[in-house]
Design a protein around this ligand. Sequence first.
Ligand code: FAD
Length: 317
Amino acid sequence: MKITEHIAGANGKALFSFELLPPVKGQSIQQIYNAIDPLMEFKPPFIDVTYHREDYIYKQHPTGLLEKVTYRKRPGTVAICAAIINRYKVDAVPHLICGGFTKDETENALIDLQFLGIDNVLVLRGDARKADPAFMPTPGGHSYACELLQQVVNMNNGKYLHEDHDSNKTNFCIGVAAYPEKHFESPNPETDFKYLKQKVDMGADFIVTQMFFDNQKYFSFVNRCRENGINVPIIPGLKPITTSKQLINLPKIFHIDIPLELSEAVSGCKTEKDVKDAGIEWMIHQCKELIEFGAPVLHFYTMGNPEPTYRIAKEVF
Ligand code: FAD
């Protein structure tokens, strides 16, 4: 079922959902089940699974020559989605990225997803590889999420890359990412917003936001969207602070601010357990306000650890 249909069917009641990362290569699917099982109590209608592009390193041969070695640390997105649908009978939402795929490979991947009965995709540009200074498109692939989005929209209209298939249209509900605090590469919020609007005008059905710790940022962002004709559901992405290191890491990695009140509460904690409790308490408060505001879904970035999300959802749903 499409995410937009889940939201419409909830009649204004906020839904619960979450995102998982595929485990590091070599680990078992049981790890994914362990991350999902406790959270099924809150009846998620859908679960997202991230996609991770290949990375590369240079290895030195005994001859002294450098060899470029390409590897993927977290493969398995599509297989995990299939396992989720099969075991939990809920929708799985694979993230689809530009990096690492030619357009033909993207088309084939979308055909596989359709065969698997996947109704939703979250369409993204994807992160830069660690070894690259910035995002590098794959030759023959897409440079921006809007181009990938156009390919999915085309397939939904029966337009494949090399021929039309009017009798075999895909029917994906398409999500895109947005950044209430601006995407880090964008020169200003206005430019970033312009490209978000372009994605929605091109056919995106829903938006999922980057994490934020100050609800005012989400409220202003939603209001701005509504004032500018962006009327699709805007799903807030949420992650509680659970370690003191995250005071530095989250702003550094995700380019978001941590409000003074929260950073002082965390800095004032004596133990890591206290930090986690403070982060969870903050997020419970955030969630209650978001529900009151009318957020359609509370979507948690669990990073494979269900426990903090469980504690929050227990208080909120
Ligand atoms: P885009 O929409 O392409 O935007 C990227 C930048 O280019 C922005 O600064 C934008 O303003 C600008 N821009 C957009 N369109 C144009 C244009 N036509 N011309 C010029 N500039 C333009 N990364 C992963 O690798 N795997 C994941 O699974 C993953 N999941 C995510 C889930 C969510 C909810 C979010 C918020 C992010 C996720 N990311 C993931 C990270 C994401 O891929 C990065 O933030 C990436 O840098 C941007 O992706 P995007 O889809 O927002 O890109």
